[in-house]
Design a binder for this molecule. Structure first.
Ligand SMILES: Nc1ncnc2c1ncn2[C@@H]1O[C@H](COP(=O)(O)OP(=O)(O)OP(=O)(O)O)[C@@H](O)[C@H]1O
Ligand SMILES: [Mg+2]
Length: 248
């Protein structure tokens, strides 16, 4: 079942093109840089080795590479979940490794993250999972309601708003995690295998949703194994191999 209706696209456009969005910063773009970054985990696993990358503001970039090559690690370095063993990770002119406490929290507010393992809160409904970040960011109740419906419509889950994650299929849970990442229209969106559990139709719809956010100025970085999907889009691709990154 296709998830993206024309009406949903229109509704989403309305909620992303207003003053509240501007106040929370969706149309300030983000530049991302990795400078000679290596990452070795404490157990000795090497994920990245002297990796360099520059992502321009407003770019839509795919990251591909074999399982275990370091794609998730790369995204984790960008939002400060992991720290580089060597080198610098710079996002929006901030050295990510130097951010702590409130500054790290504020930095992360500007990033939408689709986690490879979804990370949904099992005791909260779909609607609550999607909106709790907005609540934490101090959006008004009215604004949260105004954003929730078009976002759920966009990912085809309006009828499941009151379900709990364990009442959903894997693909539906994945779409909740996408809704949660985009509802605040962040200037940087990091999506780790956002189509990993979806059929080709739904995968394509999700890519279109991410492209929509990108068309409003967001920088979007997507990891994927789906070669067909990458070929279908005309976006730049970075390959992770042997810990290093190369643009294809
Ligand atoms: N928390 C961790 N502790 C130790 N080693 C880790 C940790 N996370 C990842 N690794 C190792 O780092 C390497 C890169 O892992 P990563 O998860 O970044 O790969 P990936 O490209 O995302 O793989 P996949 O396509 O399977 O998701 C692997 O060798 C992995 O075993
Ligand atoms: Mg991964």
């Amino acid at each position: 079942m296709p998830v993206l209706t024309t009406q949903a696209k229109k509704d989403f456009s309305v909620h992303t093109e207003d003053s509240e969005t501007q106040q929370h910063g969706s149309n300030t773009n983000v530049k991302v840089q990795l400078q000679s970054v290596s990452k070795t985990y404490t157990n000795g696993s090497h994920a990245l080795l002297n990796a360099n990358l520059e992502v321009k503001k407003g770019e839509f970039l795919f990251i591909t590479g074999p399982s275990g090559s370091g794609k998730s690690t790369l995204l984790k370095l960008l939002y400060g979940q992991e720290l580089p063993t060597q080198g610098k990770v710079i996002v929006d002119e901030s050295n990510v490794a130097g951010l702590r406490g409130d500054r790290l929290s504020l930095f992360r507010r500007r990033i939408g993250i689709v986690f490879q393992d979804y990370k949904l809160i099992t005791q909260r409904t779909v609607a609550e999972n999607v909106t709790f970040v907005l609540q934490a960011q101090g959006y008004t109740r009215k604004e949260i309601q105004r954003r929730l419906e078009p976002t759920l419509k966009l990912v085809g889950l309006l009828s499941k708003a009151d379900c709990f994650p364990d009442q959903l299929s894997g693909g539906e849970q994945q779409r909740v995690s996408i809704a949660r990442a985009i509802v605040g229209t962040p200037p940087l969106l990091l999506a780790d295998e956002p189509t990993g559990n979806l059929d080709p139709d739904n995968s394509w719809q999700v890519i279109q949703i991410l492209q929509k956010l990108n068309s409003f100025g967001a920088t979007v970085i997507v990891t994927t194994h789906d070669e067909q999907l990458v070929r279908r889009c005309n976006h730049p691709v970075v390959q992770v191999r042997n810990g290093q990154l190369s643009r294809k």
